[in-house]
Write a protein that binds this ligand. Structure first.
Ligand SMILES: O=C(NCCCOCn1ccc2cnccc21)c1cc(-c2ccc(F)cc2)cc(O)c1O
Ligand SMILES: [Mg+2]
Length: 214
């Protein structure tokens, strides 16, 4: 009977990765998606850039918008200090169900809080629900047309501070032109991009790095 792509990704992890070994989980997903079927994980090339930003920021609080199968969630969680608080938000319950199992296979379920729902509903509730003042790092990888509105919403909710870093995937493909235009022209942000490629392809892509300067 029909097995969804997300289920095939989970099976590839359970078959080829070692329980409790995040790197083997990442490798298993990348092998499956480069050899068998494309999927919208951030991928290894952009993933290495993500790793370097997480290591440099060394965040105590992280928000990820867009869990999907948990690939970037595992990459980020495996680099966080023990006291860190990491919230990842997924809209699609089927993706969230797979992500929970991928995160658990990596042995990182205690490092991550996976929340199901829409960013516009959850962002205003994060402070009281999770006892978080501001985020040191935000990884945007959800609906591209919500990057700008959600960044403004995070500002309004006081979730960002001077020094907060926002990292956005897919600013070229599928693209978030209004977001790029807004942050580039705003004096509040210092922004630059890391040249890369769309996951598992040769198509040009950038990871858009954004530092809040005031
Ligand atoms: O669409 C993409 N991601 C978003 C998923 C839905 O996110 C929904 N979603 C997740 C939390 C969440 C919270 N609130 C609202 C919506 C919320 C996405 C798409 C592509 C892509 C590139 C080329 C193509 F030909 C086709 C697709 C690549 C990527 O790397 C992506 O990330
Ligand atoms: Mg993406």
């Amino acid at each position: 009977q029909f097995v969804s792509l997300r289920q095939r990704i989970l099976s590839a992890v359970q078959k080829n990765a070692t329980r409790g070994d995040p790197r083997s989980v990442i490798r298993a997903i990348d092998q499956f998606c480069s050899q068998k079927e494309w999927a919208m994980n951030v991928g290894n090339e952009k993933g290495c850039i993500l790793d370097s930003v997480v290591s440099e920021v060394n965040p105590a609080t992280v928000l990820e918008l867009g869990t999907y199968c948990g690939y970037s969630t595992v990459r980020i969680a495996s680099l966080l200090p023990p006291y860190a608080k990491f919230i990842t938000l997924e809209f699609n319950p089927d993706f969230a169900a797979v992500a929970r199992q991928v995160i658990a296979w990596a042995g990182l379920e205690d490092k991550v809080q996976l929340v199901e729902g829409a960013s516009s509903d959850w962002i205003p509730k994060i402070k009281e629900q999770f006892g978080i003042k501001t985020f040191d790092l935000v990884f945007l990888d959800h609906w591209k047309e919500h990057y700008l509105s959600d960044t403004k919403l995070m500002e309004e909710c006081g979730l960002l501070r001077k020094g907060s870093v926002l990292l956005a995937d897919n600013v070229i493909c599928p693209g978030a032109p209004d977001y790029v235009e807004y942050v580039r022209s705003s004096p509040r942000y210092k922004s630059h991009y890391f040249r890369s490629h769309l996951e598992y392809t040769k198509a040009e892509e950038n990871l858009w790095y954004l530092g809040i300067i005031e």
